[in-house]
Design a protein around this ligand. Structure first.
Ligand code: FAD
Ligand code: NAI
Length: 468
């Protein structure tokens, strides 16, 4: 019954899986990639990173045209929003990039199999297609890259219409008048921003006392204050206890400090984290360990599971659930199949929240340094004192650098500000090279650029910033 033999079978065609497939093919291996979706690119391309950034971009332009153009002396009549056109643009971008990955597969002679993959033996994958027909392939190595899916709240089950996940919130047909967002994490702030900018009254319900609980606290509260000024409403220490349909609305029941509260909305977006897709793959029977608490597959530093020829990568294993982390692990797993010793350093993986201002980070937060009893110095530089930010009219936020008290080594960088997503690349390189604050302070940065704020923050570590 075995249809074909491969060197590597990869289950999942997201940023982890498709990148692993391309790298393995570059290394001369015969590769099959099994993906249950018709399209490649996984969560990131189909219902994650790319569609959300397309809508963030469109809604940002709408806000600029509505509120900020006149500051530049540009007079336009009141802009209107055509939601279906905005969604169609997003879909076109997603399709174009998906076609691009398909071409890369063809170029690299990767066999693409559409269907649900199941590991039935250490060198066999069963594939079930959408008609239910089953086939098997044989592979010397298997890389599992099945990613993650939205975590749900038992008290507020998703119905795809009134209570939705991020996938549906990327496709609303019109602007919901009232939108409840459960969870003040990445998705809550990004999708909350999109729909606030387009005119929704957004209420964010977060069960902890602050937004972005794992980010550097000072930076997260700076961002939170900016978002509040833009109209996002945050309700902290708020526990959702249930919800029921009332006509064309959903009524969410909550508790806050012992008080019962209700929020009525046209839509409720539940974004309380994601859980790894590790169930139903048949791997536990083979001796592969799955952490019962997190659902993550256990791997060593080379991404190898307890079964030596099976690897796991991306959202499925420990570390931040981010596309670029999955991609790095895709490359590493492919190289390690051939005896490589490639590892991925989780301490230098940047994170970005693509709101406006953006929040980007790499390395440790102040809270983590305190907890680990590491003595540190801080350098901060606000964008209000940066000439380029002034020309852009984007003066909110700051660069914050945490350096070791004695060695001056950069331990963490947190940027709240315009284009923080692009600025963090420089910080990642310095952290990766184990540089000191002085190394940055002595490096010439072009004028006038936002990156001068980064240099000045490094100078501020030793109290020698010039422009503040
Ligand atoms: P996935 O991308 O989830 O891919 C796994 C693939 O496996 C899926 O296509 C799935 O269909 C397939 N699959 C699952 N089970 C099987 C099976 N049994 N057989 C066959 N196929 C299977 N990250 C960022 O870095 N930047 C961002 O801006 C960003 N924005 C995001 C926005 C949203 C709204 C969401 C939800 C996520 C975002 N992420 C972002 C996170 C990012 O999408 C994930 O970290 C990334 O997609 C993980 O890659 P992966 O390859 O591990 O898994
Ligand atoms: P998240 O982990 O970022 O945030 C979830 C939030 O929900 C947390 O603040 C948490 O305290 C809160 N929460 C948990 N249970 C709750 C409850 N019962 N009631 C109220 N609040 C509750 O998860 P999110 O936003 O769903 O995103 C999932 C992951 O996807 C992110 O962690 C990130 O890895 C990835 N992502 C990355 C993006 C980026 O890189 N820009 C954008 C979007 C998602």
């Amino acid at each position: 019954m075995v249809i074909e033999s491969f060197d590597v079978a990869i289950i999942g065609g997201g940023p982890g899986g498709y990148v692993a497939a391309i790298r393995a093919s570059q290394l001369g291996l015969k590769v099959a990639c099994i993906e249950k979706r018709e399209t490649l690119g996984g969560t990131c391309l189909n219902v994650g990173c790319i569609p959300s950034k397309a809508l963030l971009e469109s809604s940002e332009l709408f806000l600029q045209a509505s509120k900020h153009f006149e500051n530049h002396g540009i007079i336009v009549s009141k802009p209107q929003i055509d939601v279906p056109a905005m969604i169609a643009r997003k879909d076109k971008i997603v399709k174009g990039l998906g076609d691009g990955i398909s071409s890369l597969f063809k170029k690299n002679k990767i066999t693409r199999i559409v269907g649900l993959g199941n590991v039935i033996a250490t060198n066999r994958v069963e594939v079930t297609d959408k008609t239910g027909a089953k086939s098997e392939i044989e592979a010397k190595f298997i890389i599992i890259a099945t990613g993650s899916e939205p975590a749900s709240l038992p008290c507020l089950p998703m119905d795809g219409e009134f209570v939705v996940s991020s996938a549906e919130a990327l496709c609303f047909k019109s602007v919901p008048k009232d939108l409840v967002v459960v969870g003040a994490g990445y998705i809550g702030l990004e999708m909350g921003s999109v729909w606030t900018r387009l005119g929704s009254n957004v209420q964010v319900l977060e069960f902890l006392p602050k937004a972005l609980p794992l980010s550097d606290s000072e930076s997260a509260s700076l961002l939170q204050r900016s978002l509040e000024k833009q109209g996002l409403n945050f309700n902290f220490d708020t526990k959702v206890t249930g919800g029921k349909r009332k006509g064309n609305q959903i009524v969410i029941d909550c508790e806050k400090s012992g008080q019962k509260l209700q929020f009525k909305a046209d839509k409720a977006l539940v974004c309380v984290g994601r859980k790894p897709n590790s169930l139903g793959l048949g791997i536990e029977a083979l001796g592969i360990e799955v952490d019962p608490k997190t659902g993550q597959i256990k791997v060593d530093q080379y991404l190898r599971t307890a079964v030596p020829n099976i690897f796991a990568i991306g959202d499925l294993v420990a570390g931040p659930m981010l596309a670029h982390k999955a991609e790095e692990e895709g490359v590493a797993a492919a190289e390690n199949i051939l005896g490589g010793k490639t590892t991925v350093n989780h301490d230098t993986i940047p994170s970005v929240i693509y709101t406006w201002p953006e929040l980007s980070s790499v390395g440790k937060t102040e809270e983590q340094l305190k907890e680990a009893n590491i003595a540190y110095k801080i350098g901060k530089f606000p964008f209000i004192a940066n000439s380029r930010a002034r020309t852009m009219g984007e003066t909110e936020g700051m660069v914050k650098i945490l350096a070791h008290e004695k060695t001056d080594r950069i331990l963490g960088v947190h940027i709240v500000g315009p284009r923080a997503s692009d600025m963090i690349a420089e910080a990642v390189a310095w952290v990766e090279m184990q540089a000191s604050a002085e190394d940055i302070a002595k490096t010439c940065h072009a004028h006038p650029t936002l990156s001068e704020a980064f240099k000045e923050a490094a100078m501020a570590v030793d109290k020698k910033a010039i422009h503040i």
